[in-house]
Design a protein around this ligand. Sequence first.
Ligand SMILES: Cc1ncc(COP(=O)(O)O)c(C=O)c1O
Length: 396
Amino acid sequence: MELTQKVKNIQEKWDANFMKTYAQIPVVMDKGEGATITDIDGKKYVDFTSGIGVSSLGYGHKGLVEAIQYQASKLLHSSNIFFNQPHVEAGAKLIALSGYDKVFFCNSGTEANEGAMKIARKYSDLKYGGDRGTILSLNKSFHGRTMASLMATGKEAYHKYFYPLPTGYKYVEKNDIEAFKEALKDETICAFIFEAVQGEGGVYPINKDFIEEAVKLCQEKDIVVICDEVQAGMGRTGKLFGFQEFDIKPDLVTMAKGLAGGIPVGGILADEKVSDVLVPGDHGTTFGGNALAMAAANVVLDELEKPEFLADVAKKGDYIMDTVKSWGLDEIVEVRGKGLMIGIEIKGSASEIEKVAAQKGLLILTAGEHVIRLLPPLVISIDEINKGLEILKECL
Ligand SMILES: Cc1ncc(COP(=O)(O)O)c(C=O)c1O
């Protein structure tokens, strides 16, 4: 990729000052409108990433911008020692929308999962004593980068080097109910955490029969079921939560990413069984429920409340998947996903396609070596979808 002087300067500054935690594509983002982003050299990109599932209402959404501007001028933050109105409103909306009993807001997906695992362990400790604290998760899952979430993540590559590792984690293959039954013979298991659609692991929707049976088995053993909806939640699959595709109700639901449309946020929803487990002193966060983040979340929740908004997400997702399948390209192995959470498994390198696509004006993601992952803003227009797909086809 031929870099302009502006981009070179930024890259140099980055290299001089930052830890090497990311391998960026050398594009410097400047502004956005709808689902189109413009870089600092004025080049436009159709965005099929939403900043990894975050910018659910796209860029420059009038209601979102106004709510953030208004709240920023009024009150940014006041801590959880006091109440603030956007916080209380967002919680009430989420409870009404989800049918859950209680909510807790934090700042990220990994933090939401940590909190959910704490709730599950305390629930189990109070009822059965401290020896029952193992968290069961699925191979190829992804639950975050902090120590407990990292351990719940069923991929060794994420654990390597960070010794000594926290104990009390166990993994099982997804969609294998016999293996799941075998795993549940371990009497120390207190919680089972899963994604309705594994995102980072390759965009794999979980099998309906498997998850319905697995949740039933957990309920029989009073094992707390946690659904990690950080990526699949907040309307991405065409439903408020990905698990709503199935006949299940997890005890705890974690979320983040799209919930505030671009402002850092996380959250945990709890059903009655576990909603009063935490008491003052057990858990908390300085920024959780921050007035600015909650003002943004309120706008997103107002959209998610509309059945036609979610129906449109589902429709656009089907349109993208059907179109990609209709190309009949030999390079494509499989197209899978739900709503606007789409995986295209290819024979070649997904990261190569990612780079070429960016050069041609399309932003996409990968999920492993051979999977192209698409997470467009939920508000993307058919026009933008068609433009993006045209570029993607050319790249493939
Ligand atoms: C399913 C899932 N859980 C947890 C996380 C971690 O979220 P965060 O990066 O906000 O900590 C992610 C991030 O990609 C995710 O996809």
